[in-house]
Design a protein around this ligand. Structure first.
Ligand code: PLP
Length: 390
């Protein structure tokens, strides 16, 4: 079966994990910092904090951004539920701004409309859907004018570049950027996530929140008299200074992450080549088109989302996907608009308020795209699609 996405693991990766297993530290050893330095150095951010998942990263970022009861996080309805759930975890409210029809990314015009109506918006979380960076220049301008903070959801976008060519995650437009290392993402650690930032206070807070709210830095103890006995430091001493979580990632996972980072550029360039081949091969069909056309050289191409006019093709998506699966090709839909989820409907969200998200969802399909997809497999997927769409 050819899947819509999957990881690439080679002997180097396996050896890196084995080496870690033979070492003395399975968690909280040297690999966590090494992985953090590798990602921060790659994207060009001052600091990085690795955590157990992208969802944990979004949760901590929401708290570090100051979200609480009475605040809202504004994001896109075309995302994984984790993006908006982060607002709820932190005690705030999620809000949605519709997407732009041509990019499937959050629309700056819709952000502006929502900011005018909702002064409680404290954080804007643009999602770089499928790896295509959002219009961050416009979004930063809007956030600055409204006094809001930006937390980028770059779960799809490790290796993506903004319009100016710099790497997503450098936080030139945001307070924090969040990545995910789930197996279908640009690189994997099995499960895992990371937050990058250039702000030292935010970095220190994220470190505490990742580990129960505990601080071990002697210069920032709140009760320094408890940290020593007659002038001799109490070596066992630590302070829980706020309510945090256990969101740590293991050294085993980070060993894999460090090894995967060595291949990130090669991964992105293979994904980009496959995306461009799809673009060219599908260009002749009236029934199928890439969901995003901009930024082909700037996206990390986490997914290859297309829009298919299923009605004009005389079928439905359910039948089309089942036929593909019968013939060995697994596709997926990214995403059911979050506002269509029963939980969000019960909160009062009305799906019709997001017409572009709905129009996209009606036609959306993610085609196979991953590093190990061979040219021959890719050709066969393209031939099958064109045959099925007449
Ligand atoms: C846009 C987006 N945000 C957040 C997440 C959550 O990441 P994780 O699965 O690592 O918790 C995902 C994961 O699929 C995602 O696609």
């Amino acid at each position: 079966m050819i899947s819509y996405g999957r990881q690439h693991i080679d002997e180097d990766d396996i050896q890196a994990v084995v080496d870690c297993l033979r070492s003395s530290a399975l968690t909280q050893g040297p690999m966590v910092a090494k992985f953090e330095q590798s990602v921060a150095g790659y994207v060009g951010a001052r600091f990085a904090v690795a955590v157990s998942s992208g969802t944990a990263a979004l949760h901590l970022a929401a708290i570090a951004a100051g979200v609480k009861l009475g605040n809202a996080i504004l994001t896109s309805p075309i995302t994984f539920v984790a993006t908006s759930n982060a607002a709820l975890y932190a005690g705030g409210t999620p809000l949605f701004a519709d997407v732009d029809a041509e990019t499937v990314n959050i629309s700056p015009a819709e952000i502006e409309r929502m900011l005018a109506k909702h002064p409680e918006i404290k954080v804007i979380s643009p999602v770089h859907f499928s790896g295509l960076p959002c219009n961050m220049v416009a979004i930063k301008q809007l956030a600055d004018n409204a006094g809001a903070v930006i937390v980028e959801d770059a779960a799809h976008a490790l290796g993506s570049r903004y319009a100016d060519g710099s790497l997503v995650g450098n936080c030139k437009y945001s307070l924090m950027t969040v990545f995910s290392f789930h197996p279908v993402k640009s690189i994997t650690t099995g499960e895992g996530g990371m937050i990058t930032t250039n702000d030292e206070a935010t970095y220190r807070k994220l470190l505490r929140l990742r580990s129960h709210g505990i601080n071990k830095e002697a210069d920032t103890y709140q009760l320094p008299k408890n940290a020593q006995t007659n002038g001799v430091p109490n070596s066992w001493y630590y302070e829980m200074q706020e309510l945090g979580f256990h969101y740590r990632i293991t050294d085993i996972q980070c060993a894999l992450g460090v090894s995967q980072m060595n291949k990130l550029d090669a991964f992105v360039s293979r994904r980009c080549a496959l995306a461009k081949r799809y673009d060219a091969a599908l260009a002749g069909s009236k029934l199928i088109r890439p969901a995003q056309i901009a930024g082909r050289n700037h996206s990390a191409h986490h997914l290859y989302p297309v829009r298919i006019d299923f009605a004009a093709a005389g079928t439905t998506r359910a039948v089309f996907m089942a036929d593909l699966r019968r013939r060995g090709v697994i596709t997926q839909v990214h995403y059911i608009p979050v506002t269509l989820q029963p939980f969000y409907q019960q909160m009062g969200f009305v799906n019709a308020d997001y017409p572009q998200a709905n129009a996209y969802y009606a036609q959306a399909l993610s085609l196979p795209l991953y590093v190990d997809l061979t040219d021959a497999q890719h050709e066969s997927v393209i031939a099958l699609l064109l045959e099925m769409l007449g």
